[in-house]
Ligand binder design. Structure first.
Ligand SMILES: *Cc1c(COP(=O)(O)O)cnc(C)c1O
Length: 385
């Protein structure tokens, strides 16, 4: 064998399909249907045109300017874009989202998409000697990292109503002593815990248990746990530009937590790849953070379209979970998830179906533009009639 023995254990993540044979309307990977703001587009053009020599040089390995801009954006928006208030070009948090302290740049770490950030977080905080806790149905990359780093996991079933079983998760984390991770709002279920529900778990757990909260979708209506950082030094929040900041192609993910935890992740980064973010991505990320009003508007449009589509699905007999994200998780009483997915694909639209036992009846549908959703509604009507 030319491969290492490690290769046998690898079980890579399978992303939503990105077909090249035909142009589909893509509602299968939870990307934002809107482009980045024109300032970002212009900044990328200007960067390449006016400073091409910068492409020949290594970028800032620690993305210092980007960390400043992210901290600033979080303070201005409260970390939940769809509720951020925009008046006369000024952005302020909705009162319920206001962070009760100032997020500082040393509380931010950035990486090549939150997928990379998560992998470093797994490496840094979960141990091969102790099981970490996660929900049975959550972001399917977590089990992949567990396999990659050889960390045992303890998957806790969801409750009947598809919400996270916080009591059971808490009791298992106490028993195992290996920390916890979940997405909030969760994927693919689209449901969220309140900040207080998260707080109660951390409060009752041991102080040296790490809690990782993945807030990839929080800008679409969840409650951010950033305010809890004031209270808990064992909490770490992972976020991304891929969903609410219209930037999946730029590969920008970040964490928010104490400067001590950021230093630990930076140590992992500097042991793998000193320069995870290229110079253009850093620039684009900075400019995106300077324009939260635009992204708040995009988030609101997505939420509005989501709620309309929720009503549509309900009126057509679907069982649909009440989403706090940019996607809906739904099933039809008579049409299996896989069939629905296939018959919609035939009509030129991609949605996501998971063959995973327990959720195989469902499909996960990303919310697109009003035009895309109109086409999807027609496609669904064709299938169910
Ligand atoms: C999309 C997603 C990510 C990955 O985001 P990237 O920043 O694009 O790597 C992480 N966590 C969850 C729950 C997601 O849905």
């Amino acid at each position: 064998m030319i491969t290492s023995s490690r290769m046998k254990g690898l079980n890579p993540y399978v992303p939503g399909e990105q077909p090249k044979d035909r142009v589909y309307i893509k509602l299968n990977t939870n990307e934002n249907p809107y482009p980045p703001c024109h300032q970002v587009q212009q900044a990328v053009i200007d960067f390449v045109k006016s400073q091409p020599q910068k492409l020949a040089l290594y970028p800032d390995p620690d993305s210092n300017e980007l960390h400043e801009k992210i901290a600033d954006m979080l303070n201005k928006t409260g970390g939940v874009l769809c509720r951020a208030r925009v008046e006369g070009g000024q952005v302020t948090p909705s009162p319920e989202d206001k962070i009760p302290f100032t997020v500082t740049p040393d509380m931010i770490y950035t990486g090549n998409g939150s997928d990379e950030v998560l992998s470093f977080v797994f490496y840094a905080f979960f141990d091969s000697g102790k099981k970490f806790v996660m929900p049975q149905f959550t972001y399917s990359f977590y089990p992949v990292y567990a396999g990659f780093y050889n960390i045992p996991m303890d998957q806790v079933p969801l409750k009947e109503d598809w919400t996270l079983d916080t009591d059971e998760m808490l009791s298992r984390v106490k028993e195992n002593g290996g920390g916890m991770i979940f997405a909030n709002p969760n994927a693919p279920t689209s449901l969220a815990l309140t900040r207080d529900q998260v707080r109660q778990m951390i409060l009752k757990a041991n102080k040296d248990e790490i809690f990782i909260v993945d807030e990839a979708y929080v800008d679409f209506g969840g409650e951010s746990c950033i305010p809890l950082l004031q209270e808990f030094s064992n909490l770490l929040i992972v976020r991304t530009f891929s969903k609410s900041l219209c930037g999946a192609g730029m590969r920008l993910g970040y964490t928010v937590a104490s400067p001590e935890l950021m230093k630990i992740i930076t140590t992992v980064k500097n042991s793998v790849n000193h320069f995870p973010l290229d110079a253009v991505a850093q620039k684009a990320g900075c400019i995106a953070c300077e324009n939260p009003a635009y992204y708040a508007d995009c988030a609101r449009k997505v939420c509005e379209e989501r709620d309309k589509f929720y009503n549509f699905l309900k009126s057509r007999g679907f069982y649909v979970l009440e989403s706090k994200t940019n996607f809906l998780f739904a099933k039809h009483p008579d049409i299996p998830g896989e069939e629905l997915y296939k018959r919609i694909k035939e009509q030129g639209i991609l949605i996501r179906h998971f063959a995973t036992p327990g959720i195989e009846d469902f499909v996960r549908i990303t919310v697109g533009t009003p035009e895309q959703m109109e086409k999807l509604k027609c496609a669904i009507e064709n299938v169910i009639k």
